[in-house]
Design a protein around this ligand. Structure first.
Ligand SMILES: CC(C)C[C@H](CS(C)(=N)=N)C(=O)N[C@H]1Cc2cn(c3ccccc23)CCCCCCNC1=O
Ligand SMILES: [Ca+2]
Ligand SMILES: [Zn+2]
Ligand SMILES: [Zn+2]
Length: 168
């Protein structure tokens, strides 16, 4: 099998996530909806399903934090780095941190949380950057059309890691 060719990945198809601290830029239920939509984009392209958990044992812990926040990657205030995520694994593995200093939006002003979340969840699933500007895994932020956000390359890469979507 090609497991040696796959990078680091979750060894299960049901992945839990929980949300910690929120941003004051958007209502809580808007943030919840945008995270669910970003995860659903990856679920539609893979055999993965995502379940919201309310315990700290979730695989993917998502939260808005600022500057120094307890890992070795302090944020940098407005602009610059917008967010970061840890690849699949125990503990901090899979966790996603958004820089609370950014102006997070659900639209075209500031930084669109859905677009950034899709990128970060890609990292949390084991994806690296793409040099193709059409890919959601491109290293710098672009305002992207939110319809069909994942490029064919993104879909191919998630399928390399987790196989094709089951015919449901
Ligand atoms: C792709 C994102 C969703 C996630 C990545 C971070 S990560 C770890 N998840 N790959 C990100 O934040 N990239 C920076 C990269 C970047 C662009 N510049 C920078 C200036 C300083 C520092 C970083 C940057 C130039 C100025 C623009 C600054 C605002 C936009 N920032 C970015 O696009
Ligand atoms: Ca920042
Ligand atoms: Zn962090
Ligand atoms: Zn990235």
């Amino acid at each position: 099998d090609y497991s040696h060719r796959r990078g680091n990945r979750w060894k299960k198809n049901i992945i839990t996530y929980s949300v910690g601290r929120y941003t004051s830029d958007l209502p809580v239920n808007t943030v919840d909806d945008l995270f669910a939509l970003a995860l659903d984009a990856w679920a539609k392209a893979s055999p993965l399903t995502f379940q919201r958990s309310y315990s700290h044992q979730a695989d993917i812990m998502v939260e808005f934090v600022g500057n120094e926040h307890g890992d070795s990657f302090p944020f940098d205030g407005p602009d610059g780095t917008l967010a970061h995520a840890f690849g699949p694994g125990e503990g901090i593995g899979g966790d996603v941190h958004f820089d609370e200093a950014e102006a997070w939006t659900a639209g075209f002003k500031g930084f669109n949380l859905y677009v950034v979340a899709a990128h970060e969840f890609g990292h949390a699933l084991g994806l690296k950057h793409s040099q193709n500007p059409d890919s959601v895994m491109y290293p710098t932020y672009k305002n992207r059309k939110t319809q069909n956000l994942l490029s064919s390359e993104d879909i191919m890469n998630i399928n390399t890691l987790y196989g094709p979507r089951d015919k449901r």
